[in-house]
Design a protein around this ligand. Structure first.
Ligand SMILES: [Zn+2]
Length: 330
């Protein structure tokens, strides 16, 4: 079967490998679509070849259920990438993302993947593959998990710092839920995309004072919620300095260290500074429901490529002139 390999120095190739043999507890999935995630770009740019491709947003059909009682051949599924053990302290308390024996790493940019059955999310027939991969992967998944954790409310003001794919997912979901969303990014392409997905204000730090613009929101009190999807020291500092007093800063992006000043950021402004990572399997039915009610997650997908043109896709992702890129069959 075809599978993508990262050669190092921003080069990829398609190689022929054996179809994976499912291990006990796994099923074999015929991949219908896999999406490119920003988290793969580190491996793409690294000087050395990577041991496996980093594709982890995958939807497809069960090709061999391997006798699993809850899945059948032909079932449509999305793989939930961080595989939990189901038995540790955290798993038994319902918080699988803290699993003490986390595994995963299914190389999803391929024709087939083998994945543990208990981390396959069954996709209903009325969702398209594009919808399924957006709500079954990071893009809407991270937005949903972080937004519900933040406790967002319709009518409140939210700012999204960095509108790469996850930030675009936040802009889409928060707008759909009735928040007034401002998007901040250096890329005008992505700001225009955020506006088309519902953001009512866009701020480009290369052409205006972003800190002043954020502080002016919400009648000059600053946003009720700030989602830092960039995670750079500059954006986290901007978030802490512009959120309204008593507001919420949700930290999602991971790009380095940033100082926090307790007097300014925590004590006198009483900010809630929260973190959020990935999403729970139990979030998935709610995202399916929101899709049926008109969320339109497929609008996050701006490009489709066959796997054979993966180099073009990665180059486009590196250039940033895209929303979500999805590999589909040629
Ligand atoms: Zn566990």
């Amino acid at each position: 079967m075809k599978s993508l390999r990262m050669l190092g120095n921003s080069r990829v190739e398609i190689i022929d490998v054996d179809v994976p043999r499912p291990e006990p507890g796994q099923v074999l999935i015929k991949v219908r679509a896999s999406a490119l995630c920003g988290s793969e770009m580190g491996g793409f740019r690294a000087p050395d070849a990577q041991p496996a491709n980093g594709g982890h947003e995958v939807v497809g059909e069960v090709a061999d259920a391997c006798g699993h009682p809850c899945l059948r051949e032909g079932d449509r599924v999305a793989i939930h990438a961080p595989v939990s053990c189901g038995h540790c302290y955290w798993c038994t308390r319902g918080y699988e993302l803290f699993c003490e024996h986390m595994s995963g790493g299914t190389p999803g940019h391929a024709e087939y993947v083998a994945h543990p059955a208990h981390h396959c999310l069954v996709v209903p027939e009325d969702l398209t593959w594009d919808q399924a991969i957006m709500v079954g992967g990071d893009t809407v998944g991270v937005a949903y998990h972080s937004s519900t954790k933040a406790g967002v409310r319709a009518g409140d003001v939210a700012a999204v710092l960095g509108v790469g794919p996850v930030g675009l997912g936040c802009a889409l979901l928060l707008s759909f839920w009735g928040l007034r969303v401002a998007a901040v990014d250096m890329s005008q392409y992505r700001l225009d995309l955020a506006r088309s997905l519902g953001a009512e204000r866009t701020i480009n730090p290369s052409s205006e004072d972003a800190l002043a613009a954020l502080r002016s929101l919400n009648d000059g009190h600053g946003p009720d919620y700030i989602f830092d999807c960039a995670g750079s020291p500059a954006t986290l500092d901007m978030a802490l300095q512009s959120a309204r007093k008593g507001g919420t800063v949700m930290v999602i992006g991971e790009r380095g260290e940033s100082p926090v000043y307790p007097s300014r950021d925590i004590i006198h402004s009483e900010l809630r500074i929260l973190g959020s990572w990935y999403f729970l399997r139990s979030d998935f039915p709610h995202m399916v429901d929101q899709t049926r009610r008109g969320l339109g997650p497929e609008r996050l997908v701006t490009h489709h490529y066959p796997l054979e043109r993966a180099q073009e896709a990665f180059d486009l992702m590196a250039a940033g002139e895209c929303g979500k890129i999805v590999f589909t069959e040629s």
